[in-house]
Design a protein around this ligand. Structure first.
Ligand SMILES: CSC[C@H]1O[C@H](OP(=O)(O)O)[C@H](O)[C@@H]1O
Ligand code: ADE
Length: 290
């Protein structure tokens, strides 16, 4: 049995968390370059936790420039078993109102300018992302949010766009009316896909900050308004995270949904045909099998 270690990736407005015992900002190097920032490690109610601000402290990374591979590799390298992704998002549903949380369980990936896999020529792998989030970890987040008094929606489809500009009105209407998306953001992809490749359980908690541009009564998206909503609700995210150690097993049984075994039958390249340099870079992500 492995010990549970939580990894929290904080999105816009969540650049640090308080209340950790033995907090330490650590520099982690990876074969994929530097993560977005140093990683804050410590314990929360006896459970090891690593926190990484996705855009860096000071918000220096754009959604496109976030080093997604380095971030996931660094968390895995530190021993993280379960990743909680916290993000801001726009809403396509009247009922998913600003300030509400959504436990995302599906994605439509419309990003196109990012490295999306740890694998490549010389070590080819195909993992399933049919169910891209971990139901066990998502259920714990849902309970934590309810316990923290947050209005939270159980399940939702997150459309990941490239950005950094927000959507046009026509795109917003198309995603909402024809594509069945519930929320929109710029960062959960390829993060979720990479977490699956790295055999990490992944849950996504999206905080609604706006109604994108489709809503007749709300006008267009305005980043000032988004930040105001985020700032006013930042404590909710922290309150949810604080409750997670009490809801997760300290000693981790194999994930009932197989997240931690995602690579079992995924690597296609024959052992003698593998590129040694790529295999070396995969030490943290796929060292279990390579
Ligand atoms: C601050 S508005 C746009 C920005 O906010 C979201 O970031 P994150 O997902 O990291 O919370 C959105 O995806 C954009 O990157
Ligand atoms: N409407 C929106 N579109 C894309 N990303 C967002 N992040 C917060 N609100 C957003």
């Amino acid at each position: 049995m492995t010990k549970t270690m939580l990894g929290v990736i904080g999105g816009s407005g969540l650049y640090q968390i308080d209340g950790l015992q033995s907090p330490e900002w650590q520099t982690v190097e990876t074969p994929w370059g530097a993560p977005s920032d140093q990683i804050l490690t410590g314990t929360l109610d006896g459970m090891a936790l690593a926190f990484l601000p996705r855009h860096g402290r000071g918000h220096t990374h754009t959604p496109t420039s976030v080093p997604y591979r380095a971030n996931i590799d660094a968390l895995k390298r530190l021993g993280v078993t379960d990743v909680i992704s916290v993000s801001a998002c726009g809403s396509f549903r009247e009922a998913m109102a600003p300030g509400d949380f959504v436990v995302v369980n599906q994605f439509i990936d419309r990003t196109f300018a990012r490295e999306k896999s740890f694998f490549g020529p010389g070590c080819v792998a195909h993992v399933s992302v049919a169910h891209p989030t971990c139901p066990r970890l998502s259920a714990a987040c849902l309970t934590a949010a309810i316990d923290a008094g947050i209005t939270v929606h159980d399940g939702g489809t997150y459309l990941a766009m490239e950005g950094p500009q927000f959507s046009t009105l026509a795109e917003s209407r198309m995603y909402r009316e024809h594509w069945g998306a519930d929320v929109i953001g710029m960062t959960n992809m390829p993060e979720a896909k990479l977490a699956r490749e790295a055999e990490l359980c992944y849950a996504s908690i999206a905080m609604v900050t706006d109604y994108d541009s489709w809503h007749p009564d709300h006008g267009e998206v305005d980043v000032t308004q988004i930040i105001a909503t985020l700032t006013g609700n930042a404590d909710k995210g922290r309150a949810m995270i604080e409750r997670l150690p009490g809801l997760l097993e300290a000693e981790r049984a194999p994930c009932p949904h197989g997240c931690d075994r995602a690579l079992d039958h995924a690597i296609l390249t024959a052992p003698d045909a593998r590129d040694p340099a790529l295999v070396a870079r995969l030490d943290a992500v796929a060292g279990r099998l390579l």
